[in-house]
Write a new protein. Structure first.
Length: 355
């Protein structure tokens, strides 16, 4: 008879199942009561060149909590089993290089040459952003969180290179709209401080804290880390969503529909690319879900900030990022549920006992 899991081993299980509806509630609150989120978003401090606001703090908390849940011995597992890490990182990077030019070509072919530049540039900034830190929350402790965390960190380290490269590639597709060195430099410069201070640093601090803190302290913190990460993710969702409220009031409904269509379509294609990659490599369900989320989930918080500062005259580009952020949360939940349902079937087909 298999041993029962220890009490408190999954303190966030019930909340994890309600995470999807909770995200929708956050978007509804942002639409109905945007003032608190707007004030939080506008309050900021400068620290070592980084604009330290509630979004940056929430990102730091999410990454720290995710890294803290990884035991030191599992931190090296990604190095010993690089297949999932390399697959997730490669799918994420290649998808970024394809989606933005494809968006530009589709919009231009549809006769939308005016919006094509701004919307496709927004897609480039979204797709080339690091893998979302919240992906480690969605995947849960039963998934390959170690590999996914490695992809998050690696994608953060290379994104200052991949963002300008993606924009440069897009410049050859729409030279009149995006061949602007100032835009490329601004996007890379804004992202660099965010990626270093709010993504890479908390990952390293979380791993070191798990390694050196006393076991008694670690045990108490581990029971709270998933809940803290989920709370930070919901707060971040609400604050970012409040930025869309003025956009909805200022833009005509046709522009809003176009932004929603672009954000939804690009996100679905990214998740499809991740799923196809996992199937092509015949990965087990947990590893396949990690690759799918690594490919589909972009750090919209980072890309939204870069979009606002790099494209100040095109507010509809921000709406694309926010729509992508909403769709990716729904798609992530579906991917994780499919993975959980597929695991017992795979075990039965391989003749293994189902716990």
């Amino acid at each position: 008879m298999p041993a029962r899991p220890a009490r408190g081993s999954r303190p966030s299980g019930g909340i994890h199942r309600l995470l999807g509806p909770a995200v929708l509630v956050c978007y509804l609150l942002a639409l109905l009561v945007p003032e608190p989120g707007t004030r939080l978003r506008e309050a900021a401090l400068g620290l070592f060149g980084l604009r330290l606001d509630v979004s940056v703090v929430a990102l730091f908390v999410i990454l720290f909590a995710a890294a803290f849940q990884v035991p030191p011995e599992r931190a090296l597992a990604a190095v010993r089993r690089p297949k999932v890490v390399l697959a997730g990182l490669a799918a994420h990077l290649l998808t970024a290089f394809v989606l933005a030019p494809a968006t530009a070509l589709v919009l231009s072919a549809a006769g939308l040459r005016g919006p094509a530049g701004g919307l496709s540039t927004a897609v480039a900034l979204i797709a080339a952003a690091p893998v979302a830190a919240a992906a480690t929350v969605w995947i849960g402790r039963d998934g390959d969180v170690t590999a996914l965390l490695a992809v998050v960190l690696l994608s953060a380290l290379v994104s200052p290179l991949t963002m300008p490269a993606t924009l440069s590639l897009l410049g050859h597709v729409l030279p009149s709209a995006v061949r602007t060195q100032t835009l490329i430099d601004s996007a890379a410069g804004q992202a660099r401080a965010l990626l270093t201070g709010a993504v890479a640093l908390p990952c390293a601090v979380g791993l070191l804290a798990r390694r050196f803190l006393p076991s008694a302290v670690t045990g108490r913190l581990l029971t709270r880390a998933p809940l803290v990460a989920m709370a930070a993710m919901l707060a971040l969702t609400y604050v970012n969503a409040t930025a869309a409220v003025p956009v909805l009031h200022e833009q005509p409904w046709t522009a809003v529909v176009l932004c929603v269509a672009v954000g939804w379509g690009v996100c679905r294609l990214a998740f499809l690319a991740g799923s196809l990659t996992a199937r092509a490599l015949r990965l087990p369900p947990a590893a396949g879900a990690s690759v799918t989320l690594a490919c589909g989930m972009s750090n919209v918080s980072v890309s939204a900030v870069v979009v606002v500062q790099a494209l100040p005259g095109q507010p509809h580009a921000l709406l694309v990022a926010l729509v992508y952020g909403l769709v990716q949360k729904v798609a992530a939940r579906r991917a994780v549920v499919r993975s959980a349902l597929a695991a017992p079937r795979r075990a039965v087909s391989e003749g293994r006992a189902v716990p």
